[in-house]
Design a binder for this molecule. Structure first.
Ligand code: SIN
Length: 270
């Protein structure tokens, strides 16, 4: 039968049917890889699979990373568990692409809804290539060849003691990535800075770096380049970290929201 993709906006994202994540055939994986490049975010619903199957499915797309800070599931280190409760009100509500503080950040993430609040907790995605194309030409020319420094210290680093942070900084030194990256498969250019992990843009004053980071984030925040996912339990969303940015709405407390991610290792951005 093959998979079917129903676009959800004029820019990015598709609801995909015809997928059985428990029994992924080679053909299905090939179709999903193509759909992932075409739509950048895929929503696959009603997949009642085990954690082991989630991990095995992720491995069909590449090596899975073990997150050094989000270590919620000791039994399955490849799973990033993001659980928000009334007592622990955490949500990934800053615009970002996953783990850009790594030298070789993620190519893609596959996130599962485990416990979903009755309303709220949606995830919004922005097409970072469409956002780049909408920048004024003068800004594009200014940022096209610049590099930005990404590091974990302002986010995950805040939860560490000064000694542990210093140790982790040796293991994960700041990463230097292009402000505008080129997708290795599609050749599209897209905005690759975010306020969560970027400390500054190199080669410009601190003031201009701040201004540019704001301009680039505002481009990402434009509704015309966005789509929004309403979660259900056992909904899976696949996104291409080389092409989109995302953020989760923190509008659901005191309800619980629990999602689990596998993250596919990527390449050094260029
Ligand atoms: C993430 O940033 O990987 C999590 C997004 C979400 O919680 O919706």
């Amino acid at each position: 039968m093959g998979i079917e993709c129903q676009p959800v906006t004029g820019t990015l994202g598709a609801e995909v049917t015809g997928v059985d994540m428990a029994n992924p055939t080679d053909t299905m994986i090939d179709e999903l890889k193509k759909a992932w490049l075409d739509h950048k975010v895929l929503i696959v619903r009603d997949q009642h699979i085990t954690t082991e199957e989630h991990i095995a499915f992720g491995r069909r797309f590449g090596e899975l990373e073990v997150h050094p800070f989000a270590t919620g599931r000791k039994d399955h280190p490849e799973i990033v568990k993001i659980k928000s409760t009334a007592e622990n009100r955490y949500a990934a509500s800053n615009w970002h692409s996953d783990v850009t503080w790594r030298q070789e950040p993620s190519m893609g993430s596959i996130l599962r809804g485990v416990v979903i609040p009755p309303v709220g907790g949606d995830t919004t995605f922005a097409d970072a290539a469409a956002a780049y194309r909408r920048l004024p030409e003068a800004v594009r020319e200014e940022v096209d060849d610049l590099f930005a420094i990404h590091d974990f210290t302002n986010t995950f680093g805040r939860r560490l003691s000064p000694e542990d942070r210093a140790e982790k900084q040796k293991e994960f030194p700041p990463a230097r990535h292009p402000v505008i990256r080129t997708h290795p498969d599609t050749g599209e250019r897209s905005i690759y800075t975010n306020r969560a992990f970027v400390s500054h843009i190199e080669g410009v004053t601190a003031e201009r770096s701040d201004q540019l980071l704001d301009i680039l984030e505002r481009a990402i925040m434009t509704p015309s380049v966005q789509m929004r996912v309403r979660w259900d339990v056992d909904t899976f969303v696949f996104w291409d970290n080389r092409a989109v940015q995302h953020q989760a709405a923190n509008d659901f407390w005191p309800e619980t929201r629990h999602v689990e991610r596998v993250t596919v290792v990527g390449e050094k951005p260029f």
